[in-house]
Design a binder for this molecule. Sequence first.
Ligand SMILES: *Cc1c(COP(=O)(O)O)cnc(C)c1O
Length: 411
Amino acid sequence: MEFQYRGNELYCEGVNLSDVAGRAGTPCYVYSWAMIEKRYRAYDAAFGDLPHTVCYAVKANSNLSLLRLLAGLGAGFDIVSGGELFRVLKAGGDPAKVVFSGVGKTAVEIEYALDSGIFSFNCESEAELALIDELAGRRGVQARIAVRVNPDVDAFTHPYISTGLREHKFGVDISEVEGVYARALGLKNLLLDSVSCHIGSQLLDASPLFEAIEKMRALVGRLRAGGAPIRHLDLGGGLGVPYRCGDEAPVIADYGGRVRAMLAAQDLHVMIEPGRSITGEAGALLSRVLYRKRNGEKEFVIVDAAMNDLLRPVLYHAHHEIIPLTKNGRPDITADVVGPVCESSDFFARDRVMADVQPGEAVAVCTAGAYGFVLSSNYNSRPRTPEVLVEGEAWRVIRKRETHEDLIRGE
Ligand SMILES: *Cc1c(COP(=O)(O)O)cnc(C)c1O
């Protein structure tokens, strides 16, 4: 693993994280490039000779340096906004490998994407199809469309990151998709040769994904019979990562192998949009203990990172392991780990059995590489953290810590 102890010191690849915390300051995000690269290559290899494109889901972690390195490996990108398209293009990503997802694309975003020559739009409503048709027509181009299908499969994940049930805002109900394609075949500026789905995120059991793929495979047959020349099938993202010590996550090679078997001989180019499973385990948030205190029976570890830096514990009740950068040999304690923000919801852990870290000592909040920095804010006028990238024995800052001046820019 890329994060492990050497003696009492926690390392990321060949870098002592106490050194990073001391020199880059805390709080600070750290990412392992070796791990991100390994995960991307695992996806690419898992699909083998099945024609495929791995489109990294930019929203999981959109740092330019990471996008640039992924683009260098040949990655495509799944974007959900014009801002993400801007990042991908700045990072040297190939627009011809970009898919644009999202339930609320604006006309300005659609025009930007058409002008940039992206691969396809994953569309979520007939109104969106009509708008793209009109905007493509004005430019004299054809826009490739994949209607995002809601396959009505329960992903058994947190309700906020489950997307594949009829009650969710996402996609077009699978029972209505054929009608949508039939009507859209009359829109001359659309190329209807693709179809897509994405049922949710952080799936620790991959079986709902296979259930969805089975439904999509059958749907492709029906759409083709209805006259839509389907050649591309986008399976979305969703593979989970082990946040909790002892969690078991799906193995990318197994997932890809099974998909390959299910979709062989279908004459399909397959796209996948993994985010979390590429960057999640590759990142940690480093933070230093400011104070210890006890209120009644409760022990508190007050750290210098807060909910504005890492929102997942508050937003999803997510568990993140918290481990010391230097083991100090004292017996474990049971404590709440909290930040300085003025909200009772500002916590990273509650009643956690953990190392007895004292003021001045630093910790790593693990598995924070996806939906970490990207969800951070300036709440309480806290400058956002730097991001650091480790490559082997070397590390560098890939986003500077914000200053007080940054806080008021634009006001
Ligand atoms: C968020 C999202 C993804 C990435 O999901 P992960 O669980 O991070 O792999 C892929 N596709 C779409 C459409 C998404 O909204």
